[in-house]
Design a protein around this ligand. Structure first.
Ligand code: IPD
Ligand code: CA
Ligand code: CA
Length: 271
């Protein structure tokens, strides 16, 4: 049985504290679909409540750390200490429509990483409905509870299942996404758009998906997943193939062989 560090214990405790209420709210949402307005307000309350619970737990454990959370924005702490990056509910549209695919994502960013630049050092993606806890710690690997994770070993695009996020309602670059889709789809076994970027990334780390691309994400969507894939032996770059995914807000992730093949397709498509 592997045990994770104290920080991950804090992260997992926070996620598990918010999860029961999210599960109850999700069940409630299924009954609200029939009302004309739907459960939108109810879900935004559920989202806020989950964030409050998580933030309260994290602040209790590390009162002087900054927090970047989707709903509450930035809470400034000691700039020399790490900061928490929190998405209390990733996959909101799924949740809203009663689709059981959403997660809580929590990461730690060290402001003075190995090259003196901000660096993600810990990530946790917790799926309340399946009780799956994906976690990674810099230099200590990526794990699903106590099972070590590796990215998939597939080497042929023709065998690979690729996840993506599709731009929507005034969000993202549809023309760019379409060009990439047009180049990748004919070469691979399938494309999936499951609607929770954190889980797309966790599932690449777990070898369930062979690759992923999406742009215009927020730090809370991707911070935990980013370190999960790296620690699972995968590559995460921007669309130019550079180690600038977080900075450029473009994510192309896969194992080494598939990453270089996908990158070629993407580079051609965007030329
Ligand atoms: C969204 C999901 C989705 C991605 C969107 C995100 P939310 O986050 O991660 O997969 O395509 O760009 O905004 O709104 O469900 O937390
Ligand atoms: Ca999100
Ligand atoms: Ca969210």
């Amino acid at each position: 049985m592997v045990s994770h560090s104290g920080l991950l214990t804090v992260m997992e405790r926070a996620a598990r504290k918010a999860a029961p209420r999210l599960r109850r709210d999700f069940n409630e949402v299924q009954h609200l679909q029939v009302s004309r307005k739907g459960p939108a307000d109810f879900v935004s309350m559920a989202d806020k409540r989950a964030e409050e619970t998580i933030v309260e737990e994290l602040r209790k454990a590390r009162p002087d750390w900054s927090i970047l959370a989707e709903e509450g924005g930035e809470i400034k702490g000691d700039p020399d200490k790490p900061r928490w990056i929190v998405d209390p509910l990733d996959g909101t549209s799924n949740f809203l429509h009663g689709i059981p695919h959403f997660a809580i994502s929590i990461a730690v960013e060290d402001p003075h990483g190995s090259q003196g630049k901000p660096e993600i050092t810990h990530g946790l993606i917790y799926q309340p409905l399946t009780d799956e806890s994906f976690w990674a710690e810099k230099g200590r690997g990526a794990w699903l509870t106590d099972q070590r994770l590796r990215v998939s070993a597939r080497r042929d695009l023709a065998d690979s299942l690729i996840a993506t996020g599709i731009p929507f309602l005034g969000h993202g670059n549809f023309a760019q996404w379409s060009r990439i889709f047009g180049a990748v789809a004919p070469e691979v076994a399938g494309i999936r758009r499951l609607g929770a970027a954190s889980l797309d990334l966790a599932w690449v780390a777990a070898g369930r998906f062979d690759g992923f691309w999406e742009s215009d994400l927020q730090p809370w969507d991707v911070a935990a997943g980013y370190i999960l894939i790296k620690e699972a032996g995968g590559f995460v770059t921007d669309f130019r193939g550079q180690d600038m995914a977080m900075q450029r807000n473009q994510f192309l992730a896969a194992n080494d062989a598939l990453h270089s093949k996908l990158h070629k397709l993407v580079a051609n498509a965007l030329r």
